[in-house]
Design a protein. Structure first.
Length: 280
């Protein structure tokens, strides 16, 4: 049984509050959407039954399936074998069971259907994570979960194969921006519904001096130009296909009908024979 990483009720409250704002700048979501649009433009296919899994539809409005999007709940509102494209946008980092989310998306795909996902990766907000931990340890002698433990690209990429997707690909885009201070960063995270919704988070108010100490540490350890502080956001993109007989498959070992030495125009040597370097 998968334990709950996320307090879904708290996450929904944060997202609802963000969705009510008229001044929210979903710049990271728009950046993710632009990359997804580019990837889809490289696929020589017209999708007739796409769907989008996301908490915020507006930044992804130009993607196929945006008009019939579903939220990234623990159980996705998707019908098996109903879609030729499923895009999971900016929600996997909050999933208590990210593998389960990808498996549900794979089951919703028709044979040879495409799965695309983007989520925050493990380097996201590493600066904030570090200074909050150091400040809390020095002032209270303990640590509380404050930044979600986002997976790295290797772990996320491995989930594609475990979910049964063919031709899996994972790659990453790292964005570094800056803020006047830690408090400005926190306001931005609050505005897009990305504040702490961990199930094991501290349930009582945090001392103000802890954040002030973290802000001091931030400006010292991760300075940016003009007295600002740096903040890293890593976007991990995942691509996989629902298995189908029409897809290319690797050759069986020993089935090649040409020698590698011929292709490289070089002399073939017996196994274990080491070429002696030429000395002029």
């Amino acid at each position: 049984m998968v334990s709950d990483l996320t307090d879904r009720a708290a996450l929904e409250r944060h997202r609802l509050r963000a969705g009510r704002r008229n001044d929210t700048d979903f710049f990271l979501h728009r950046e993710a959407a632009a990359v997804l649009e580019e990837r889809l433009g490289e696929v020589n296919r017209a999708f007739t039954a796409p769907t989008l899994v996301t908490a915020f539809n507006e930044p992804f409005a130009n993607l196929p399936g945006a008009s019939r999007h579903v939220t990234d709940a623990d159980v996705l509102d998707l019908q098996p074998g109903a879609h030729d494209l499923v895009v999971h946008a900016m929600g996997l980092h909050w999933a208590s069971d990210p593998l389960g989310q990808i498996i549900q998306c794979r089951r919703a795909l028709k044979p040879d259907g495409l799965f695309l996902a983007v989520a925050f990766g493990g380097r996201t907000l590493h600066e904030l994570r570090a200074v909050l931990a150091e400040a809390e340890a020095s002032l209270t002698g303990g640590l509380s979960p404050r930044v979600a433990p986002m997976a790295d690209i290797r772990d996320l990429g491995a989930l594609l194969q475990r979910a049964g997707l063919a031709m899996p690909v994972a790659d990453t885009l790292t964005l570094t921006t800056s803020y006047p201070d830690l408090f400005a960063l926190a306001r931005d995270l609050r505005a897009v519904g990305e504040t702490n919704a961990l199930a094991e988070r501290l349930r009582r108010p945090t001392r103000r001096d802890l954040f002030e100490e973290a802000n001091r540490l931030y400006s010292t350890a991760f300075p940016a130009e003009n007295g600002r502080v740096a903040a890293t956001f890593e976007l991990v993109f995942l691509t996989g296909w629902a298995p189908d007989e029409s897809q290319p498959k690797p050759l069986r070992p020993g089935s090649a009908n040409a020698r590698l030495a011929e292709a490289l125009a070089t002399k073939e040597r017996p196994a274990g024979d080491i070429a002696t370097p030429r000395r002029d």
